[in-house]
Design a protein around this ligand. Structure first.
Ligand code: SF4
Length: 385
């Protein structure tokens, strides 16, 4: 007989791949961002507190049945094969194998539920899984900016440690264009409030989201919000900024905009130039930069600002200093899984693998071929959303 089943939402940030996933609210209450395919066609709904708590208990029962944090993969697999745990307990197994340290509250905006309800969920997670040291959640800026400092302090005291906010852009023009339902001011207020409550904050920034038309506003507005929010972070808890290069997912309103010629997605060279300007425009703002998604061209763009600015600019400049053909080859090779980073252009084996996949006719026009490769690399980003 199996331990009880429980609900899991469809996504979590890559940094939560081995976390316990607790579904607090279903789907996205906003669901209008033009670039986002995740919950389109799904309705948001609240979950009863009792159901969420029962899920946490079910995950604890599955963890016991799987043999706890010290069980071998073999023992865990036997529990699955014998049907003693439900299929969704696979995530619990990942969590156990990773040391049972992290939990993530799903789906898009768990902070939208009443603070006392969320505190009760946090309390149950903490009591059933005492080894958990980090509990994180996505939060919409519009929700968090409305929360009173006392509400956020309650969540911090109940065990919430980090909030992930999809900043995407700090420019009002870009935010309006993509129907993000917030403004640069609101994002700043939400971010500062989260940090002041003693929570960690991670902002997701989307280079390229302004398209070619609003790219300057996008850089300027984003830098302004990052500067204002980073200034509110305690030295021991700096703001974290993760890059997610913009892509156009099929079936989204942004894809329709693109088709109608109203949105022009920048290629990877243009995105690199945008990032260079952003690194300059954030001035002495102090934050941790991460480039930990396959959508991004430059995974080495990670470090502590402002100390690492010179090194990070060099990462971008090294790319921008490549001959145009190599810039395009790196961008396309990365999306084809042949290259992982710029240094791979020196690897003869990988270059041969690229040439085998992208056979150019001997009489191909160099400039046209380069432009084609950059376009293909840009369009292939949509596969990684
Ligand atoms: S980006 Fe976030 S807030 Fe916007 S629709 Fe997607 S899940 Fe909802």
């Amino acid at each position: 007989m199996s331990t009880p089943s429980f609900e899991q939402g469809p996504i979590r940030p890559p940094s939560e791949a081995q976390s316990l996933l607790v579904r607090v609210i279903r789907n996205c209450t906003w669901n209008r961002c033009t670039f986002c395919p995740v919950y389109k066609g799904s309705r948001a709904s609240q979950r009863a507190l009792e159901d969420i708590l029962t899920d946490v208990d079910a995950m604890a029962a599955a963890a016991d049945e799987l043999g706890g944090p010290h069980a071998s993969s073999k023992v865990m697999l036997r529990a699955f094969d014998a049907g003693r745990v439900p299929r969704e307990a696979y995530q619990v197994a990942l969590f156990l194998r990773a040391g049972s340290r992290h939990a993530f509250l799903q789906d898009a905006d768990p902070c939208a539920v009443r603070p006392d309800k969320l505190a009760a969920v946090l309390d149950r997670v903490r009591s059933r899984f005492p080894s958990v040291s980090r509990v994180t959640a996505y939060g919409r800026a519009a929700t968090l900016a409305r929360r009173r400092p006392a509400d956020l302090a309650l969540l911090a005291a109940a065990g919430l440690t980090r909030v992930h906010i999809g900043l995407e852009s700090g420019s009002d023009a870009v935010l309006k264009e993509v129907c993000k339902g917030t403004t640069g001011d609101e994002l700043t207020r939400a971010g500062r409030r989260v940090l002041k409550a003693g929570l960690e904050l991670c902002f997701y920034v989307m280079p390229g989201l302004g398209g070619r038309r609003l790219r300057d506003e996008h850089v300027r507005g984003t830098a302004a919000v990052l500067r204002a929010v980073a200034a509110a972070a305690a030295p021991e808890r700096p703001l974290v900024v993760r890059l997610r290069t913009a892509a156009v997912a099929p079936g989204t309103p942004l894809a329709e905009e693109q088709l109608a010629g109203r949105f022009d997605l920048p290629d990877d060279v243009e995105v690199a130039r945008e990032l260079r300007e952003l690194l300059e425009a954030v001035g002495d703002a102090r934050f941790e930069l991460r480039s930990d998604h396959v959508l991004n061209l430059l995974p080495d763009l990670a470090g502590s600002l402002p100390e690492d600015r010179r090194r990070l600019l060099a990462v971008v400049d090294d790319y921008l200093g490549l001959p145009p053909r190599e810039q395009a080859e790196l961008a396309l090779g990365l999306r084809l899984g042949v290259y992982r980073r710029a240094a791979d252009l020196h690897d003869e084996g990988r270059r041969a693998a690229f040439a085998a996949q992208v056979a150019a006719p001997g009489d191909a026009d160099e400039a046209a071929l380069t432009a084609d490769m950059l376009r293909a690399a840009r369009d292939l980003r949509s596969r990684f959303i």
